[in-house]
Write a protein that binds this ligand. Sequence first.
Ligand SMILES: [Zn+2]
Length: 436
Amino acid sequence: MKSLAAMRPSTPINLQPMKKGLIIILDGLGDRPSPDLEGKTPLEAANTPFMDGLVSRGCCGLVDPLYPGVPVDTHTGCAALMGVAPKDQRRLARGSVEAAGIGLEVEPGDVVIRANCATLGDNGLIIDRRAGRISEGVDTLCESLENLVIADSVLASVFPASHHRAVLRLRGPNLSSAITGTDPGCGGDSRIQVSRALDPANENAVNTAAILNEFSHRACEILGQHPLNQQRASNGELAANGLLFRGVGTVFHPRNLITHLGLKAVVITGERTLNGLGRLSGFDVIQQPGFTGLSDTDLAGKFHSAQHALKDNDLVYVHIKAADLFSHSMDARGKKAFLEQLDKVMNVHVNADCVIAIGADHSTDSNTGRHCGDPVPAVLWSSGCRVDGETTFGETACTRGGLGRISGNGFLLTVLDHMGVLSNYHSFDSVFIGKA
Ligand SMILES: [Zn+2]
């Protein structure tokens, strides 16, 4: 008799969806009440008749991206909504996603790490984590950090990504990603950190941490003398004289429910992180010059592309970044205004007869400028769906909504069920359901 595991389908299922799906990810949408908005959140304070209409005709709720109460990064929150198997969501490092986002050539055994160009002072003091948000010349700086030999056997190279961001690739024998980065993050210690092995008994990790620390030191020496930085200094600009590392990862292809089901999906984005997630997941990615990760992004163009993409795809993701940026800048009023502008665009351009879902990767608190662990508001509409009686899209209404409080994975499964692609529990591997 065959075991249950052997009876599970190992190849894509290729169910024909009854409906197509449009999932709109509003980065950092969830928020906390703001004194600048009379105690409302930006979403509650915003005039959003289109999104309110979806709630009135559909079901809303609160979504925990990973675990209740735990803040997550963009790539983790989006991974859940994009079908990455729960157990792979935590394994997915930012470095691996960013490397895929820039199309970096990688081999098994390589370690890839996200890097920020930064301005450093004496003794590793961090003066600016983003070197004045340097955007021009990063490729030139990275060229000076190509193919450096570290500890006799490891080849280290840095490749430019978006703006001040880059990716470090370490290539050599016995490398490990089980190490900490050197970036202390936004708060607390403002000095560059020493990379350490997560487990001091892991010899490969101890060696890899030492390699990263040596490379970090070499990079500071090279960048400190770089002509571009001398020019920046003479222009009164902050020098990009160091790199901060975080999100240490390896070459890793996470298991994905959407491709497992044989669905064709596409991501429309202006962000390399989403580009990387899409590529790692086996989705197509649509990026046009006007699609940015900023508030000036071509909103109408993104939704126009989505309408077209729905013809040839089963599931279309649209990612909008700017709400998160306003929260990081502690600009609740700006976030509210952006959501109103977005709602007007969606009112004109989102009219497909498909399952429409709006959610977010995480909440970002406009009062502190930091990601927080509050669940995110979400809404689902599909013709013939249940109607929960709520009439506005906001954090408070969503606490009463018919979706209840579910995980990012659960929200995606609900969308897929409305598309008619989940025939029953045994039709797909349970690795794609449950807790991360
Ligand atoms: Zn985010």
